[in-house]
Design a protein around this ligand. Structure first.
Ligand SMILES: CC(C)(COP(=O)(O)OP(=O)(O)OC[C@H]1O[C@@H](n2cnc3c(N)ncnc32)[C@H](O)[C@@H]1OP(=O)(O)O)[C@@H](O)C(=O)NCCC(=O)NCCS
Length: 170
């Protein structure tokens, strides 16, 4: 099993996460979005300062595998999974699972009764597997391209939901 470590985002990670974001969209989403759509999506990282600000304003966690950054995810406010991106070389190793699990715990610790995500077509089966329910289909205009996603929600209340995130991540 792959050992995955999580740590909080640091401003010095911004460039590496922008590169990872672009690679993740370009390769992992290629079955679900056209080249033009992926380029428009990747453009969210075109301005390094804006991208770094977005990362820093949310609670962003970085996943490390063998000392290298393998993915990242961010919780916006108390209940919104804003970003979840995995390095293509580290796909299907449980990196996104580790990140989502940690952010769901943190959302619970912030008092959120549920957590939501606007899931890409690529990520929808991942979220479904974690118990998220599709609420609405959306079409978003990005850089002149229309991209489909699905707003998905997972209830956090109920037995067995952990509300005790590691202190270092609170
Ligand atoms: C979606 C994404 C985050 C998944 O990351 P990952 O680290 O590969 O996911 P995990 O290894 O934790 O997968 C856990 C389970 O989710 C499901 N899953 C993950 N990716 C899947 C895919 N592309 N298709 C179908 N099911 C998938 C599988 O059931 C998987 O378990 P398995 O590998 O034992 O079959 C990754 O593919 C990615 O970064 N995609 C591009 C960017 C993107 O769409 N981000 C989401 C924005 S909302």
């Amino acid at each position: 099993m792959t050992a995955i470590a999580l740590r909080p985002y640091l401003p010095a990670d911004a460039d590496a996460l922008a590169d990872l974001f672009r690679a993740s969209v370009e390769e992992l989403a290629s079955d679900d979005y056209s080249e033009a759509q992926r380029l428009a999506w990747s453009d969210a990282a075109a301005d390094g300062e804006v991208f770094a600000k977005r990362l820093g304003e949310s609670l962003t966690l970085v996943a490390m595998v063998e000392g290298e950054i393998a993915g990242f995810a961010s919780l916006k406010g108390k209940d919104s999974l804003d970003m979840l991106y995995v390095l293509p070389e580290a796909a299907r190793m449980g990196v996104a699972t580790a990140l989502a699990e940690a952010l769901e715990r943190l959302a619970g610790a912030r008092g959120a009764p549920e957590v939501k995500a606007d899931a890409s077509e690529t990520a929808a089966p991942f979220f479904e597997g974690r118990g998220y329910i599709a609420m609405s289909r959306n079409t978003i205009l990005m850089g002149g391209e229309w991209l489909a996603n699905t707003t998905m929600v997972k209830k956090l209340s109920g037995p067995g939901v952990p509300h005790n995130p590691p202190k270092a991540l609170q």
